[in-house]
Design a protein. Structure first.
Length: 581
């Protein structure tokens, strides 16, 4: 029985926000473990408490919020926008109310982050809505150290407008807006109206629209609210039957911008509207490595490039690069911020790091020294700079493989390839076969291997042939796959090494949550943690985790005659001691 009660469906409402947050952030590739909270502040004398927190039976529910209102007043008074006066009384009061609510939301998030239950999390709050006797904030919290690793802009406001600084933040803003809208209903809300994967897709697309609109504002065009949709249309539009690629520089067509940020080499007397998809696509065909389409968010006004003297700290100039049919990327100062593939917005996939590459080579080929690893990494980087995809195959018995694969491979005298030689060799079809010491033994290699059912139908023939070959070769082989956009995949893609004690602590925490006063949400939050580590579990840990789940579900069934079947943990046959630090 809840003592701090706001309305009858508060638990269900919060749960729907919690689940929607997990699905939406996962859909864009942001693993930040979101969790939802509701906080209500006394709105009238009929309220029994000064504030209420849902869930109250979790550590976050014990947070002391007595200083939030005082802190909110201080934030509001320090806000320069609070001193602005609008001549229209209604507009002025609406703006002041928004700023006060924003200050209280900021103070609330600070209090939650500083509490024992919220330690290590960053929180975001909606605008409040009156429900029964409380002004209620919907709040989403994320793991701080994971959140801070995501690329984001630094400018949070410009020209008195708030700026959404990243796609993940835009997703959270859309979720909170959805919750705010649901709380505005006359009847106490039961959920945020999220039900399916199509709802998740709608949230993500709206978030991408919000983020790109904010970027257009930073570049000086606050009217560029349809930029996202028009770039999407141009990326999908072929030109004379062929897929288009090219780069668009997003920068205002002002004297200050042209003097300080961009160099306009060809100015159009009659700019092209970005809504004119065919004309826009035709202009994109003119772009090249050092000559880009210049756009202000509404009009394409010429061809040019970003000046070397551009001060990236101003965050006024952005690149939008069409990389293939229906695929484009938004970036700032060479930092990718958003990628869209066939209308699906996501965070850009991080490029393979030299540390991850070196760790993989070392685990597969202990005989490879630091110089060998560095030479292999240089080959991979050179291959990634090519305009087309290719493959490097590192094989412990490369010399024998070169002979075995003839005549579908051109065997050569072993040699360390220079960058120029590798670029020339990869102009022909087939893989490059090298040994762990980076000596090349064959070029133009057509890989063999039987189909095993382990491929990916969403990937091309190159990737799937690599999967078949690597499956047959086993741990004597590493395949480095370079896609046309310069991304590098490794086969095998080894799981990172983890601390063995970390895995055991997660299982112990799950067992503790299955005993005593059982809280279902707490237990399943800990189970999610164990699920994320399932690959590393041994048979005993799997059995203990399954027993803990059975205890919780037995308890649920005894109370409600209902049982949840989340699936059993099973030990992975590929896991061994090499996956532990």
């Amino acid at each position: 029985m809840k003592s701090h009660f706001m309305w009858g469906w508060q638990h269900h409402f919060r749960s729907s926000l919690d689940v929607a947050s997990k699905y939406a952030l996962r859909a864009i590739g942001a693993g930040v473990d979101p969790t939802a909270v509701l906080v209500g502040f006394r709105a009238n004398d009929e309220a029994r408490f000064d504030y209420c927190i849902e869930p109250e039976d979790e550590p976050i529910g014990q947070t002391d919020l007595t200083q939030v209102l005082a802190r909110a007043r201080a934030i509001f008074e320090a806000d320069e926008d609070s001193e602005m006066f609008h001549t229209d009384p209604g507009v002025h009061e609406s703006r002041q109310r928004y700023l006060r609510n924003r200050a209280q939301g900021q103070a609330l998030c600070e209090a939650l982050s500083n509490s024992d239950g919220g330690e290590g999390r960053t929180y975001f709050a909606s605008q409040p809505r009156r429900i029964a006797n409380y002004d209620v904030y919907a709040v989403v919290g994320v793991v701080t150290h994971r959140w801070e690793r995501l690329d984001a802009l630094q400018t949070r406001s410009r020209d008195h407008f708030d700026v959404t600084v990243s796609l993940p933040e835009a997703v959270i803003a859309e979720l909170l807006s959805l919750a705010n809208h649901a709380m505005a209903l006359r009847e106490p809300p039961q959920s945020i109206a999220w039900e399916s994967s199509s709802d998740t897709a709608d949230i993500v697309r709206a978030a991408a629209h919000r983020f790109v609109t904010a970027v257009a504002g930073l570049s000086g065009q606050w009217l560029g609210s349809q930029l996202y949709e028009h770039i999407d249309a141009v990326a999908a539009q072929p030109y004379e039957g062929r897929t288009g690629v090219g780069t668009i520089v997003l920068a205002t067509n002002s004297q200050d911008s042209i003097r300080e940020d961009v160099h306009l080499e060809v100015a159009f007397k009659h700019p092209v509207r970005i809504s004119e998809t065919r004309a826009f696509r035709k202009v994109l065909e003119m772009s090249g490595d050092n000559l880009h389409v210049m756009c202000d968010g509404e009009m394409v006004y010429g061809l040019g490039r970003v000046r070397n003297s551009y001060n990236s700290a101003t965050e006024r100039v952005f690149h939008m690069t069409v990389v293939g049919r229906g695929s484009w990327e938004l970036s700032h100062d060479d930092s990718p911020l958003l990628t869209v593939n066939n209308t699906r917005p996501q965070l850009p996939r991080p490029r393979l790091s030299p540390e991850q590459f070196g760790d993989t080579v070392q685990r597969l080929f202990p005989e490879a020294g630091p110089d060998d690893i560095e030479a292999l990494w240089t080959l991979a980087q050179t291959a990634a700079d090519q305009e087309h995809g290719t493959m490097l195959v590192v094989h412990r018995a490369a010399s024998g493989e070169a002979e075995r694969l003839a005549p579908q491979a051109l065997a050569i005298d072993p040699v360390h390839l220079t960058d120029e030689q590798l670029r020339a060799i990869t102009n022909i079809d087939g893989a490059v076969l090298v040994s762990p010491d980076a000596l090349c033994h064959a070029v133009g290699v057509i890989l063999d291997g039987q189909a095993t059912g382990d491929g990916d139908p969403a990937r091309g023939a190159r990737y799937n042939s690599a999967v078949r070959y690597r499956k047959a070769a086993g741990n004597d082989c590493l395949v480095i796959i370079v896609s046309e956009d310069g991304m590098i995949d490794l086969l095998p893609n080894l799981k990172p090494r983890v601390d063995r004690e970390r895995v055991e602590r997660a299982v112990q925490a799950l067992e503790e949550a299955s005993q005593g006063d059982i809280k279902f949400e707490r237990f399943y939050r800990r189970r999610e943690h164990v699920e994320a580590l399932e690959f590393y579990l041994d048979e005993d840990q799997c059995a203990r985790a399954n027993s803990a789940t059975d205890r919780v579900e037995d308890h649920r069934e005894s109370r409600s005659l209902m049982r949840v079947y989340p699936g059993e943990f099973t030990a992975d046959p590929e896991m061994d001691d090499s996956y532990f630090l």
